[in-house]
Design a protein around this ligand. Structure first.
Ligand code: INI
Length: 266
C-alpha cells in the first residue's frame, strides 16, 4: 500500500498503462483508493521450474503490446519481453514505490479456446482479379497492390488472371462468370466509386456490395472486396497506397485467407 501521494499517482499510472480497466475509486477523510479491474482474476498458486522471478504475476492478452506501452512510459524493466519454455511471452517490471516486481505474460496460443486461423500462403493457388476501368487512375494502383499481395505470399504471376470491366457496377456479373468456371481459389473485385462523380452513388455502391457478397455466397468462391467508396478523390488516393494503406492489398489478403480456410476445412 503506497504511503505517499506521488507513489499513489505513479502506481495509478503504472496499472492503467498496463491495460487494467479503471474501476471504482473513493476519496474519504481517512483514506483514498482506486480499484483496477482485470477481465479475469483469481489467485493462482504454482511451484516448480521456470517460475517468473517476481512478486506478482499477471496474464494479459498480448504481452508484446503491453511491453511496448511500458517501454514508452519509461517503466523499469527487470527483464524484457521474451519467449519462455512454457509457451508464453513474458517480461518483468519493477513496480513503482518499491512494491516489488511484477511479471506480465501472455500465452502464444490461446489454449483455453483454440481458434482456427488460416496461413497466408498462396503457393500453388490460382486467382482472378476483376478491375473496373472507371477511375482507372485509382483502380490500377489497387490492382498492382492486389497482385503484389498474391505474389509476395507465394503465387505465380502466371496464375493470376486479370479481367477488366467498364465500371464498378459490372464487377459482380464478371465475378460470377469467373467464379463459376471453378478455376480459381479466390477472386478480388477492384473498383472505385466517388460520390461527386455520380448522382447514383448510393445505388451503385449498394448494388456492388450486395452483388459481390451474393456471388461469393452463391458460388462458394471467396471474393476480396477491393472497391473504394469515397466522398472525394483525395480520400480515394489515400486509400490506394498513401496514408491509409492500400485496399487492393488488404482485399487480396482477405480473399487468400478465406481460400486457405476453405482448403483447411474441406
Ligand atoms: N463506375 C465506377 O466504377 N465508379 C464511379 O464512380 C462511377 N460513377 O461515378 O458513375 C461508375 N459508374 C459507371 C457504372 O459502374 C457502370 O459502369 C455504368 O453505369 C454502365 O453500366
Amino acid at each position: 500500500m503506497p504511503g505517499r501521494k506521488e507513489d499513489f499517482q505513479r502506481l495509478e499510472e503504472f496499472f492503467s498503462a498496463l491495460g487494467f480497466a479503471e474501476g471504482e475509486s473513493w476519496q474519504g477523510k481517512r483514506s483514498t483508493g482506486r480499484k483496477f479491474n482485470a477481465f479475469e482474476s483469481g489467485v493462482e498458486l504454482a511451484k516448480g521450474e521456470e517460475m517468473p522471478a517476481a512478486d506478482y504475476v499477471v496474464e494479459v492478452d498480448n504481452a508484446d503490446i503491453v511491453a511496448e506501452a511500458a517501454h514508452k512510459k519509461g517503466f523499469v524493466f527487470v527483464s524484457d519481453v521474451a519467449d519462455c519454455s512454457w509457451g508464453a511471452r513474458l517480461f518483468v517490471l519493477e513496480i513503482p514505490a518499491g512494491l516489488g516486481k511484477l511479471a506480465v505474460f501472455s500465452y502464444k496460443q490461446n489454449w483455453r479456446q483454440p481458434t482456427k486461423e488460416a496461413q497466408l500462403d498462396s503457393t500453388g493457388m490460382k486467382f482472378a482479379i476483376v478491375v473496373a476501368r472507371f477511375n482507372s487512375f485509382i483502380t490500377e494502383r489497387l490492382l498492382s497492390a492486389a497482385t503484389d499481395a498474391f505474389v509476395r505470399t507465394g503465387a505465380k504471376l502466371a496464375d493470376i488472371e486479370i479481367v477488366r470491366v467498364p465500371g464498378a457496377f459490372e464487377l459482380p456479373t464478371a465475378a460470377k462468370m469467373l467464379a463459376e468456371t471453378g478455376k480459381y481459389n479466390a477472386l478480388v473485385a477492384v473498383g472505385c466509386v466517388i460520390r461527386g462523380d455520380t448522382a447514383h452513388y448510393d445505388v451503385i455502391v449498394n448494388e456492388v456490395t450486395r452483388g459481390i457478397g451474393q456471388v461469393a455466397l452463391d458460388t462458394g468462391v471467396p471474393i476480396g472486396f477491393g472497391v473504394l467508396t469515397c466522398d472525394t478523390l483525395e480520400q480515394a488516393i489515400d486509400r490506394a497506397g498513401l496514408k491509409m494503406g492500400n485496399k487492393g492489398f488488404e482485399a487480396a489478403l482477405a480473399a487468400l485467407e478465406l481460400a486457405a480456410l476453405k482448403q483447411q476445412t474441406k
